[in-house]
Write a protein that binds this ligand. Structure first.
Ligand code: ATP
Length: 497
């Protein structure tokens, strides 16, 4: 049976992954704190992303920009003018709700990209009323999602908490290209906080007001969207595809190889196809099953005005298929806007063309750490009836603790001191913990519930032959390993997946 999002949030709180922020004061909707296990998992997700997108590649560099910037950045990007969601306000009690979600929930219809006039006509024709007091709504209005703040003591010094990390990459484009020897095609990546004053935060971590993004802008020369030198690496990669046309015809998502998607022009450009497969593979390599992931193309009305083509990687969340990661082709829109507004030249010398060009962002893989966190925990959660406890089958690379060390029983000093010795010998190299309280079965169950891949137990045989048992979380099988070979055995075990 599918886990509900409420069950998942209760589990995350109980085990120390996620807490409602400032809960002692009643909390605040849309804000969360990461507990001791949560921060480890979150840091591992970010480290794996950075490794795959920056360290393992020669064509991507990273930055870490500021959260508050000159507000002109957000005027140029269009966020000040149009980063809005439609809001419905009750004419009587004044309660406010996000219009598209309200309509979606009430009428079970798709509301992607609906303009204000259409929202108003739907509200009127279906006689939709305020969920709190049952009175009529005022006309829907646009609500800007950026948080404002004042910088310094001066009046009129309003700026914004960034609603995405992407624009900081564009604003730094010139510095990055001036200070590195990176050549087109190349990417600039960033991980960092983003803030959106969401009208109705909901679904636990899925829609928060403060979250973190892992984003990359991948730049190519203007006419090179179809010349990806790495495309062969992904042609045989298969994924579930749901194009705009398939959605219009009410067809279900279909398994397709990238080769077929390109041949049939379902995905329009090689670069877009390459990065869609790359990102899908990244999630899959860390434990998300192919059946729970699909790529879905945006309808024309749904796309941002600047985007040439947009696909989302969607995950089958407890509340249905929703965006895990956006993948838009943003063309040269952002660089051109920033050139226009700043008066600075952001063109780039293309060595092949022997000319200056305004590079195109052929794809912007943009994902929220919180949604990835949710997907990984949801995927890993197994209610094992036979064992009688939850088994959190997180990929070892993501597991907060890589192992735990136990003495078989805690009332035998010779076992405890030997186990402490083993614990201290491997602690410098692995994030592990010590547990000597309760029965060994209870300690195994506790470890299973927090995703610890291996439990190392020192028993009476250890005292005779210097071996310990290593128990696998996923199979419960135990292997005897010599203490002298434990580090290597543990490394191999963790890398086996
Ligand atoms: P949605 O349509 O779900 O509101 P979006 O299209 O506004 O998402 P983008 O602007 O494309 O989202 O942001 C890129 C990524 O940032 C998303 O794929 C998501 O993973 C993450 N993200 C966006 N808004 C939030 C939020 N409020 N809480 C958590 N993560 C978010």
């Amino acid at each position: 049976m599918k886990l509900t999002i409420d069950e998942l949030s209760v589990f995350c709180k109980k085990k120390g992954f996620i807490y409602p922020s400032s809960e002692i004061y009643g909390g605040m909707s849309g804000f969360f704190d990461y507990g001791p296990l949560g921060v480890e998992l979150k840091n591992s997700i970010k480290a794996e992303w950075w490794k795959a997108h920056v360290h393992d590649r020669d064509d991507v560099v990273g930055i870490d920009g500021s959260i508050i910037t000159n507000p002109k950045v957000w005027v140029a990007s269009g966020h000040v003018g149009s980063f809005t969601d439609a809001i419905l306000e009750c004419g009587k009690c004044g309660s406010k709700t996000r219009a598209d979600h309200f309509i979606e929930d009430k009428l079970k219809m798709d509301t992607a990209g609906l303009p204000l006039e259409q929202i108003n006509s739907i509200v009127k024709s279906h006689k939709l009323k305020c969920g709190k007091c049952g009175s009529a709504f005022k006309d829907a209005a646009g609500f800007n999602l950026m948080f404002q703040t004042n910088v310094g003591p001066a009046e009129g010094s309003t700026s914004y908490l960034r609603p995405e990390t992407a624009q900081v990459i564009f604003a730094d484009f010139r510095q990055v290209t001036d200070t590195t020897r990176i050549k087109l095609p190349f990417g600039i990546a960033q991980i960092g906080k983003a803030f959106r004053n969401e009208i109705s935060p909901r679904d636990f971590l899925f829609r928060c007001r403060e979250f973190e993004q892992m984003e990359m802008e991948y730049f190519v020369s203007p006419d090179q969207a179809n010349s990806c030198p790495y495309v062969n690496e992904v042609l045989d990669y298969e994924l579930l595809v749901l194009s705009a046309e398939m959605q219009q015809k009410k067809h279900a998502a279909k398994k397709m190889k990238i080769r077929e998607a390109l041949d049939k022009k379902v995905i329009k450009t090689q670069w877009h196809a390459y990065w869609l497969a790359f990102e899908h593979k990244w999630f899959s390599s860390l434990g998300i099953s192919h059946d729970n992931m699909r790529i879905r193309q945006h309808f024309d009305e749904e796309k941002s005005h600047y985007a040439l083509d947009t696909w989302d990687i969607e995950y089958n969340f407890p509340f249905g298929w929703k965006e895990l990661q956006g993948m838009a082709n943003r063309t040269d829109y952002d660089l051109s806007q920033h050139m226009k507004h700043s008066g600075k030249d952001l063109s780039y010398y293309d060595e092949e063309k022997k000319a200056r060009v305004t590079p195109h962002v052929v794809v912007e893989p943009s994902q929220g750490v919180e949604r990835a966190f949710l997907a990984f925990v949801n995927e890993a959660y197994n209610d094992d009836k036979e064992r009688g406890n939850i088994v959190l089958k997180l990929h070892p690379k993501l597991a907060p603790y890589k192992a735990a060390v136990f003495p078989l029983v805690s009332n035998k000093p010779e076992l405890t001191s030997k186990a402490k010795e083993v614990y201290l010998s491997i602690k410098p190299e692995f994030n592990i913990y010590w547990d000597a309280s309760g029965s060994i079965g209870r300690r195994y169950a506790r470890a299973d519930e927090t995703g610890v891949p291996a439990c190392i137990t020192v028993d009476f045989k250890t005292l005779e032959d210097d071996t310990v048992t290593v128990r696998s979380r996923d199979t419960t099988k135990q292997e005897r390993v010599k203490i002298s070979e434990l580090k290597k055995a543990l490394t191999d075990f963790l890398n086996k997946k």
